[in-house]
Design a protein around this ligand. Structure first.
Ligand SMILES: NC(=O)c1ccc[n+]([C@@H]2O[C@H](COP(=O)([O-])OP(=O)(O)OC[C@H]3O[C@@H](n4cnc5c(N)ncnc54)[C@H](OP(=O)(O)O)[C@@H]3O)[C@@H](O)[C@H]2O)c1
Length: 257
């Protein structure tokens, strides 16, 4: 068997917690220690013997993974400034340059993680970056233990991809919530929208978004758009009206209406 990769994990939130479970299952990974500010808050840590009280008490590791809140990563990395191992963060938005360590990199899983759902790591793209070929190879080796979908992505590309991910995932979620709210206000049952949601995602995944877009803006139906804007305005939905208008403009322009 290949030499094990020793991991020092900082953070046990959504990403840290799921990574910890996944690392525990891998024979080629040894978790050297886990540090988090409030260990009592994270059920994933219950009964573990490798909890570390202070960041400086973390045993030596090959890779230190900082699965911390984005704006804490840079400052926190000072704790590891003198370490020989490679320090990575797991953020899509934060450049690797915030890490104040000798060797730095990124180990970014392109997925939405919650406490409620168990991720299928084999389906998740893992985007890795490091400054040297040797460190990149180390991160690729670690990433391939979790998923075959491993990509080398630099800071600039990752920032762009992260912006794209916000549209595809977070904004889509927000749109669904707005739709659900309007449906509720009309006094209609929630399940009415579900078949539409399912078909929309299935069509996008099977045929591509551009090919399957429908609706008033796609058809250039200005009368219906104006009617919807009036309804939103009368219902006191100012922000939703602005969103409707902005997205409709984007579609009208895209399809040359
Ligand atoms: N959630 C996702 O879908 C997702 C996907 C890909 C990448 N990411 C990235 O992964 C990283 C972690 O995200 P997450 O969703 O796992 O966040 P999270 O669930 O909120 O967990 C954040 C962790 O950061 C710790 N923390 C917060 N402020 C801190 C500070 N000032 N000093 C030290 N530790 C601090 C928290 O500690 P305590 O709980 O002990 O207070 C917790 O362990 C972020 O960089 C995020 O951008 C998230």
């Amino acid at each position: 068997m290949k030499r094990q990769v020793r991991i020092g994990l900082f953070g046990a939130g959504r990403v840290g917690g799921h990574l910890l479970r996944a690392f525990d299952r891998l024979p080629e990974v040894e978790v050297a220690g886990v540090w988090t500010r409030h260990p009592g808050r994270h059920s994933v840590l219950a009964g573990r013997r490798d909890l570390v009280r202070r960041p400086e008490d973390m045993p030596e590791a090959d890779v230190y993974v900082l699965a911390l809140k984005d704006d804490a990563v840079g400052e926190f990395s000072r704790h590891l400034a003198g370490r020989r191992g490679l320090t990575v963060h797991t953020s899509g938005a934060v450049p690797s340059t915030v890490l104040q360590t000798r060797r730095r990199g990124v180990f970014y899983p392109l997925q939405t993680f919650t406490e409620h759902t168990e991720p299928d790591w084999t389906a998740i793209p893992l985007l890795v970056y490091a400054q040297t070929a040797e460190d990149t190879a180390l991160l690729e080796r670690l990433a391939r233990m979790l998923t075959p979908k491993v990509f080398r992505v630099d800071d600039d590309q990752r920032a762009r991809l992260h912006t794209a991910a916000v549209f595809v995932s977070n904004f889509t979620n927000a749109m669904v919530q707005i739709g659900e709210e309007l449906n509720r206000e009309a006094g209609l049952p929630e399940e009415l929208l579900k078949p539409l949601l399912e078909a929309t995602f299935r069509n996008i995944l099977e045929k591509g978004a551009e090919a399957v877009l429908t609706g008033p803006a796609r058809r250039g139906d200005i009368k219906t758009i104006e009617k919807h804007l009036r309804l939103l305005s009368e219902g006191g939905h100012r922000t939703e009206k602005d969103i409707y208008e902005a997205v409709s403009r984007w579609i009208l322009r895209k399809f040359s209406h």
